[in-house]
Design a protein around this ligand. Sequence first.
Ligand code: PLP
Length: 399
Amino acid sequence: MFRLVNLGELKCGKTDFNSFLKLSGDILRFGGVSKAIVIDRYNNVVKGNDLCDALRRLGCVYAPVTINEDSETLARLVTLEELGFYEDIKPEPMRVFRSTLELLYRNWPTPLVRLESLSSKEVNVWCKLEWYNPYSCSVKDRIAWYMLKKAFEELGRVDTLYEATSTNTGLALAALSNIYGIKSRLYLPSTTQQCVDYIFRLMGAEVLRKEATITTEMIEDVKKDALKDGAVNLNQFENDYNFEVHLRYTAKEIDLQVRSSGLKLAAVVGGLGTSGHLSAISHYMKNRYGDQVKVIGVVPASGSIIPGIRRVESGMKWVHLVKVDMIYDVTLKEALEGLINVARRDGILVGLSGGAIVQAARKAISDGVVNEGDIILIIPDHGLKYIEIIERCIEVQFF
Ligand code: PLP
């Protein structure tokens, strides 16, 4: 016999990322669990530590437990619903928030909106608007919040943060640092717009410009500086909580939004920077729904710089651990065309990477990669953030 108990009551340790990846994949694929966690009278986990940890990291509320060591395998599947898997997505219906932090996680799911400009009789294209996150007005609020939350749990306290960023992660971390009374130093590559310095300073962060084209070129320097000065470097490029937060929230939100609206999910299209969000969404969707959901990545074409996204060969941690069906190269000019098309038909101003994602979706439809159903584009941020680059695009007569 098993019973369902609150996961918070169980004492289990953390397992390594690869075991979590495998076990979370199994749980998503089976739609639940068919084993119980064996515990003693004091709620110590005796057997099934990896299962306990995986359920917790997936955001489940309950776990099946038994105190009889021999009856670990259950007679039936305990479903994701029974495990309270979907319960951590609880939007605030009346839109009243008691803190800006609540505004972050109780504002989820971020909206999904259908684009008239890209939809047809066969295919509907939807944008998940990540600029609805309050701090950086981007997808990066999610990782900044979660990486910091985990750092508090694991380190006890954080006094100073150092991080390499192209804009959004830095802005989110500067905001959260202010909330928690942390000093922040943000490292920017030389290619980032000048106005980002002003915004970071306005937020109270220290800004350091480096001779680098992309953020990843600064990783080792930031690590060294942090070590020397006793600062915490969350390191979005290698921190597995980057992946985990998108698995637990972003992907789960998409799943709930799709199911509650009766959509037929054919593809998800997203940009690749650290590869955190698209890899986590792929892990979720491929395990849950198989290859009927295509996962399409977007990177800048060789020679183009599009803020937030970069070439796979520049080094990404998670994209190699999951299945991505195809990757489209998009030039800055094409990204701008995507942005303009959506702005002039649907009236919303997506960011430059958003424009690149729109163009990739267009290509996927015209190439016949997706020919029916619903496509979801993950739009990382808003176009107003990129005025300096847009100014340069006008100078070279891109539009
Ligand atoms: N930031 C922006 C503005 C982006 O456009 C993108 C990807 O499209 C990212 C970040 C990358 O996200 P990730 O680091 O999760 O790959």
